[in-house]
Design a protein around this ligand. Structure first.
Ligand code: G1P
Ligand code: ZN
Length: 567
């Protein structure tokens, strides 16, 4: 216990009008948090004030970061403000480091009221990059809309914040640290915990570690290559895949968390994890994976560089969950996917006679389904998969699911995916991202497009491109009614579904750092015939993309000549 009580100060401030959290927390350019006076403090105060005082006093919260630039300074401010706002205990990762799934896991394990994660996910870090603050609630999952709205409301009129500027902690010292605060509150405790241990313990109870270990070390050893992209996953990969499961140390690359991720986009897709894809092409490795900065996203690459699209990964995992003790013991209740995610998993759900829920984009919509026991497994096309073991997507867990499937089925990645297509048919899928679009142009484009596709005449519309004719079956702006609490989420993306079950979807991104808008176009088509499962995705989807470009006029209206990224 410190000897002199630490003073609590109340500091005057003025509100900001741009602190509405997006799809996954408040994300801005790092400079906004770092240089705009009180910008960070205002948001942290709004976040803490959004928690009812009775719940807040004496409660426990978790704090972690993906290690990006400005995380340490921000963690210090959060500690000082949590203390001043009556939080009783903070559990923080060693050196401030915790992956998003580890935070979700710890919140649930220690029954914390929530957790703050400092990350801008897969966006670049550093002084010129992005920074973000996510808030996960007591079930371990991202804040629901109601919580985000409350935070935003508080932020709009905030006039002061509370802070203990003299309270300093050493994030490198594991263990408990108690602080005596001036007046009001009981002692304030900070616990610095190993970043990996609690999460690893949970995984031990989910998977057959013995089976994975034999796969990675046995006589027919599977050689793997894992790229932590210089983000938070380095320590997790080393401790879990190498130390615990026996993968040789040189299986793991880019495993030291760097503040600027080595200048790279810590984004596990074929465009940004190109070096992983290249090294897989050499044929030396049978399994490859990469993670994003905070470890909730992942990408799987098979032998010779075979790319597993996230929607396929979701469907293949769903069909093979019985390879994992957690699911073979508990059974499977239901599956869920976000609306733009391909419908490949719907076919699995049908075959397995399991319920399938289609939710808006964003992990928070899966929370109620899992809390109420309706859903065991879910995912999104944006390289995220997870289950009810926690309430966020989980990259390393997904990799262990794949390794478990390989261990049980004794087949390679490509063989397993091709088998799946042969049995269920193949859903070709791609996403076009138009980034940095003028916000007004994006808004009007979506508004006008909605008017076009929801006009009655559109429902009888036919499009012919080359030899293909596409007849519209249904078109709308997706609306979701939560089956648990009945809440309605409107305008979640423009959908055009054709009679052959192919789809075109348009959405505005909700996760940007505020530099213009991002328009996403998703295209999907289904192919039953195994003879036609070897085609190039872009060729197969070419006609649908052509329709999408034509009806939206996106290039003319935005001045973009093409998408920035195709995944
Ligand atoms: C993106 C993804 C979405 C994901 C979110 C947070 O959101 O598309 O699937 O849940 O990031 O990781 P968007 O920018 O599309 O709103
Ligand atoms: Zn992420």
């Amino acid at each position: 216990m410190e000897t002199n009580p630490i003073p609590i100060l109340t500091i005057q401030t003025t509100p900001f009008d741009d602190q509405r959290p997006g799809t996954n927390g408040l994300r801005k350019k790092t400079a906004v948090f770092e240089s705009k006076k009180n910008y960070l403090q205002n948001y942290v105060q709004s976040l803490l004030s959004s928690i009812d005082l009775r719940d807040r006093q004496g409660c426990t919260m978790v704090v972690g970061s993906d290690g990006r630039y400005f995380s340490r300074a921000a963690t210090e401010v959060i500690v000082q403000m949590a203390a001043a706002n009556g939080i009783g205990r903070l559990v923080i990762g060693h050196n401030g480091i915790l992956s998003t799934p580890a935070v979700s896991c710890i919140i649930r394990k220690i029954k914390a009221i929530g957790g703050i994660i400092l990350t801008a996910s897969h966006s670049p870090g550093g002084p010129g990059g992005d920074f973000g603050i996510k808030f996960n609630v007591a079930n371990g999952g991202p804040s629901p809309d109601t919580v985000m709205e409350r935070i935003h409301q508080v932020s709009r009129t905030l006039e002061e914040y509370a802070i203990c500027p003299d309270l300093h902690i050493d994030l490198s010292r594991l263990g408990r640290h108690d602080f005596d605060l001036e007046n009001k509150f009981k002692p304030f405790r900070v616990e610095i915990v190993d970043s990996v241990e609690i999460y690893l313990n949970m995984l031990r109870g989910i998977f057959d570690f013995g089976a994975i270990k034999s796969l990675l070390t046995g006589p027919k050893q599977l050689k793997i290559r894992i790229d932590a992209m210089n983000g938070v996953m380095g320590p997790y990969v080393r401790k879990i895949l190498c130390d615990e499961l026996g993968a040789p140390a040189n299986s793991a690359v880019n495993c030291v968390p760097l503040e600027d991720f080595g200048g790279q986009h810590p984004n596990p897709n074929p465009a940004f994890a190109a070096s992983l894809v290249d090294s897989m092409k050499g044929g030396e490795f049978g399994f490859g994976a990469a993670f994003d900065a905070d470890g909730d996203r992942y990408m799987i690459i098979g032998e010779n560089g075979f790319f597993v699209s996230p929607s396929d990964s979701l469907a293949v995992m769903a069909a093979n969950l019985s390879c994992i003790p957690y699911f073979s013991q508990r059974g499977i209740r239901g599956f869920a996917r976000s609306m733009p995610t391909s419908t490949a998993i719907d076919r699995v759900a049908k075959a397995m006679k399991v319920a399938l829920y289609e939710t808006p984009t964003g992990w928070r919509f899966f929370g109620n389904l899992m809390d109420s026991g309706r859903c065991s497994f879910c995912g999104e096309e944006s390289f995220g998969t997870g289950s009810d073991h926690i309430r966020d997507k989980d990259g390393l867990w997904s990799v262990l699911v794949w390794l478990s499937i390989l261990a049980v089925r004794k087949q390679g990645v490509e063989e397993i995916v091709r088998d799946h297509w042969a049995k269920m048919g193949r859903n070709y899928f791609c996403r076009f991202d138009y980034e940095g679009v003028d916000s007004r142009a994006a808004y009007y484009l979506m508004r006008d497009l909605e008017a076009v596709i929801t006009d009655k005449a559109f429902t009888t519309q036919k499009f012919s491109v080359g030899n293909n004719i596409y007849s519209v079956e249904k078109a709308d702006n997706f609306e979701y009614i939560d089956p648990v609490d009945g809440s309605v989420s409107r305008k979640q993306g423009l959908r055009i579904i054709f009679t052959d079950s192919s789809r075109i979807i348009f959405r505005l991104s909700g996760s940007g750092a505020g530099t213009g808008a991002t328009i996403r176009i998703y295209a999907e088509s289904y192919e039953r015939d195994p003879e036609r499962h070897n085609r190039e995705t872009q060729v197969v989807l070419g006609p649908l993309i052509a329709i999408a470009l034509k009806i939206s006029n996106i290039h003319e209206r935005t001045g973009c000549r093409g998408p920035n990224v195709i995944t």
